[in-house]
Design a protein around this ligand. Sequence first.
Ligand SMILES: [Zn+2]
Ligand SMILES: [Zn+2]
Length: 349
Amino acid sequence: MKALMRRSPRPYDMEVVEAPLPLLQGPDWVRIKVAYAGVCGGSDIKLMKAEAGEGAKLKPPIILGHEFSGTVEEVGEEVTLVKPGDLVTVDTLIAPCGHCRYCHSGDWNMCGSRKGVGSSFPGGFAEYFAGPQANLHRLPPGLPLSVGALAEPMSCAVHIVHDQGRVQVGERVVVIGPGIIGLCCAMAAMAAGARVVVIGTPRGAERLAAARGLGCKTLVNTEEDLPALVCEAFDGQLADLAIDAIGSNQAVGMALPLLRKMGRLVIGGVPFPKTDPYQVDMGLVYRNQLSITAGRSSRPDDWPLALQILDRYRRQAEGLIGGYFSIDRWREAFDATISKQMLKAMIRF
Ligand SMILES: [Zn+2]
Ligand SMILES: [Zn+2]
């Protein structure tokens, strides 16, 4: 089968190769014929550029791709959760130890021995994928496979907004950065009954238009008095919850003054390559008793909710996909992602 492989520890050493068909390595394993695999503007670009060993996440040679959907083709003899023909997406955290405190609490993303599909376990930029049935989630009936491939970024958004942000009905949420994670966070917050303002750059006008298409209000980060504008958008109140969907010190600096007293900030990422240590106005954090936390990857139980949200926003979610590429044209898909020409570039098999 054709597969996009990160071949060696050398940065940018990527190529489409002819790889062996993945085998079922246990009676509970399933083989999927991959339909769509999204290019991740965060991890996939990092995994292309990173030295292996950096953060120890990348284990080349490895097939990349962690945002994908497909059709179940073959199942092991002990598989009970899916059958051939089912349309599924794949949770990217694999082989958690099962007995550490984080596994016990369902926080697989914090387990020290977990592997990541598409970084240390063969991923979805390939015609076929094989893995344990516990990692599969069936798509809601009628959900297109292309939208199903957005389940991974949406599950990260659910983790940010719900698990870490603890969003409540009626709350006011500010999302900084109208990229795919930011827009997924906006959908997750609105589906929970929150009101959302999305803040972007003047260059990201199309992305802000997409945010308005979801039902959010939008602001541009060059405006003079952002806290006053946020208050105006929220009937005189500052935000209960802010989300840094960019992963930068600048976004954190912008977010904190937009929060009411006792408000919460969730950071959804950090810069790559690493920059100087963050400068944060701890005086403001102290005076207003703000909480700052992070949302990294997702928990297994974020996935069913992520699929429900995608089902509800089916049409808008499909609109976030900017273009489809064959695996042989992966470079164009990566370039369109890096240049921000597309919110989501999809490899189609
Ligand atoms: Zn991703
Ligand atoms: Zn564990």
